[in-house]
Design a protein around this ligand. Structure first.
Ligand SMILES: [Zn+2]
Length: 318
């Protein structure tokens, strides 16, 4: 009898220990993410935006972020060959020199086999002559020409994506990338059932950013998650259309989250309002998890902006 009692006590103790152990474990193993950065055109500054992007992802507890920095613009890129296969998602804060052909091929292979990509603001300018990149981001703009001037993406780069009469349509009319002056603007949810968007407000005010407009590209396998419309009265040269701000794209088995938001200029000093907007931060965090896993487990925080009011967090980057 006594030994039975001891045995029962032993198992009760073991169960208690296991329960306590479970409570201490994180809800899920962090997802490994690679942030690729190191070059900006003259309008952006990766040294300011990249540390914040890393910080935003890591503060969720959902990700660990390795950073790979390319050589500076114009330097030898032949040694740039990160092992993408170690990561659940690759986050791009990069617009610069072409990668070596083998690195590009490895990235295409990684994506086709189910990799994840997050393309942030600056990266809309990247790789205008790389067809697979254009497929992955759906639509892009500007882009450096071989002579160093902007405007590699032209009317021939593919259609624009529009939101008209309650649905997503393609538009082949002329017009290449541009944006009105920075301002606060309303971001409108267009896919409320998508995992990235579930629980977000139907409309929210984003802080001091550029409404990327007239982006063009193959525009295949794109789902528009949210749009914004430049004010045609205030900015007569703007498109006056619902421009895609947040998108997902599928490429082979791969998933892409594309945010056009997140401008930081070279002369800007902290705080950086576009990057400090809780709306930018939360959609980046959720979009990265979706790109990595196809699901989103993060709750929507209480400080998410509303349709009436922007919501800024304190940026502590350099
Ligand atoms: Zn910008």
């Amino acid at each position: 009898m006594k030994s039975l009692k001891v045995l029962a006590l032993f198992f009760a103790g073991l169960a208690a220990l296991l329960l306590a152990g479970c409570a201490l474990l994180p809800s899920a193993t962090p997802l490994k993410v690679l942030l690729v950065t190191g070059q900006s055109n003259k309008y952006h500054d990766w040294t300011k935006s990249s540390p914040l992007v890393k910080q935003y992802l890591e503060q969720t507890g959902r990700f660990t972020v390795d950073v790979t920095t390319t050589p500076p613009m114009g330097q030898d890129m032949s040694g740039f060959k990160p092992d993408f296969t170690k990561y659940k998602a690759v986050v791009m804060v990069y617009e610069g020199d072409e990668w070596p052909a083998a690195t590009k091929a490895a990235f295409v292979e990684y994506m086709k086999k189910g990799g994840g990509l997050v393309s942030i603001h600056d990266a809309d300018n990247a790789f205008p002559y790389w067809p697979e990149w254009n497929e992955m981001i759906g639509v892009g703009g500007w882009g450096l020409k071989p002579d160093g001037s902007m405007g590699a993406r032209t009317n021939g780069s593919g259609p624009k994506i529009r939101w008209r009469d309650g649905k997503q349509v393609l538009d082949d009319s002329p017009g290449t990338a541009g944006h009105p002056a920075r301002s606060d603007f309303l971001v409108v949810t267009r896919a409320p059932g998508h995992p990235i968007m579930q629980g977000l407000p139907a409309e929210w005010l984003h802080a001091s950013d550029e409404i990327y407009s007239q982006l063009r590209g193959p525009a295949r396998n794109v789902v528009v998650l949210a749009t914004a419309m430049p004010d045609k009265v205030k900015y007569p040269k703007s498109s006056g259309e619902n421009e895609p701000m947040l998108m997902t794209i599928t490429y082979g088995q791969g998933r892409i989250f594309h945010t056009t938001l997140g401008h930081v200029g070279p002369k800007e000093s902290a705080p950086y309002p576009a990057l400090s907007c809780a709306g930018f931060i939360v959609t980046l965090q959720r979009g990265t998890e979706w790109a990595a896993t196809g699901k989103v487990t993060q709750p929507v925080p209480a400080d998410f902006p509303t349709a009436e009011k922007t919501s800024l967090r304190v940026a502590t980057g350099n």
